[in-house]
Design a protein around this ligand. Structure first.
Ligand code: GLP
Length: 264
């Protein structure tokens, strides 16, 4: 695991966008796993800026989003379809045919639908780069605590904590959805490279458990310790409960010197 410590949200967003941009430049038909949430807004803003200022080209990029709320149609303002359209897709030259987000409106046959989503990822050659945020309880996607480390795309019941956290963004919407369709941890671990972003003090405990704690289904992001190419990109507040910060800084210095491609 590479732990990259940045000063604040702005720096995390810029560095994440730089990493994504160089992956797209290296492989224009990149298969990109995308995430939602407040943490991602700054990253999408930066990618839009790079698209406008440096002609970063998304025309051949294929995307798969991690998750969607069950019961929300694509035009619902609280849906992740809507989030992605507003924050990213409508602002860059992505081909709508290359965009995949789980359908929140499916009814019944969930397993069949989810197997189809997995198949679509396989058909696209697998995910080259997966972006992740993290929930306060350590969830990635909507893999709530106790999700199997081998889990695949499936229907998932949300915890009270997650429902309340996500409610804050949409105070007028009333009681939000209680279930979601999410890629599984096993699905995420098959991505070739994983980039997890976390900012703010509310994420500090989850970040510390994920990086320095035992691998446990009680903290879904701790399963990332099993993956050979994970970068945690975190700000000072989110890093505040890590005990090995000085070591991560040394690793970063040596990485910049010896294997700088890992940082670009
Ligand atoms: C939701 C998403 C996660 C995201 C999390 C954190 O639960 N399903 O993918 O990581 O929110 O969101 P935020 O970045 O707003 O803290």
């Amino acid at each position: 695991m590479l732990v990259v410590l940045k000063r604040d949200y702005e720096e995390v967003s810029r560095q994440a966008a730089r990493l994504i941009a160089s992956a797209v430049r290296r492989k224009p038909a990149l298969t990109l796993g995308l995430a939602t949430g407040g943490t991602m807004v700054g990253i999408y803003d930066q990618l839009v800026r790079l698209h406008k200022e440096e002609a970063l080209d998304f025309s051949r990029v294929v995307t798969f989003n991690l998750d969607e709320y069950l019961g929300l149609a694509a035009d619902h303002p609280q849906s992740f379809h809507h989030f992605m359209r507003e924050n990213f897709f409508s602002r860059v030259n992505i081909d709508p045919r290359n965009v995949h987000i789980p359908d929140g409106t499916i009814r019944g046959n969930y397993d069949q639908y989810c197997a189809g989503y997995e198949e679509a990822i396989r058909q696209a050659g697998g995910i080259d780069l997966q972006l992740l945020g993290i929930g306060r309880n350590g969830h990635v996607g909507f893999n709530e605590p106790t999700s199997s480390i081998g889990s695949r795309t499936r229907l998932k019941v949300l915890t009270r904590e997650t429902i309340e956290d996500n409610q804050k963004s949409f105070p007028s919407a009333g009681e939000g959805p209680r279930c979601a369709i999410t890629m599984g941890i096993g699905t995420i671990l098959e991505a070739r490279r994983i980039l997890l972003m976390a900012t703010g003090a509310s994420k500090a405990a989850a970040v510390a458990k994920s990086i320095e704690g035992p691998i446990t289904s009680a903290v879904s992001a701790s399963a990332l310790q099993l993956h050979p190419d994970v970068t945690f990109l975190i700000d000072e507040q989110a890093a505040s409960q890590l005990t090995q910060r000085e070591y991560y800084r040394q690793v970063l210095e040596m990485t910049a010197l010896l294997t700088p491609e890992r940082l670009s």
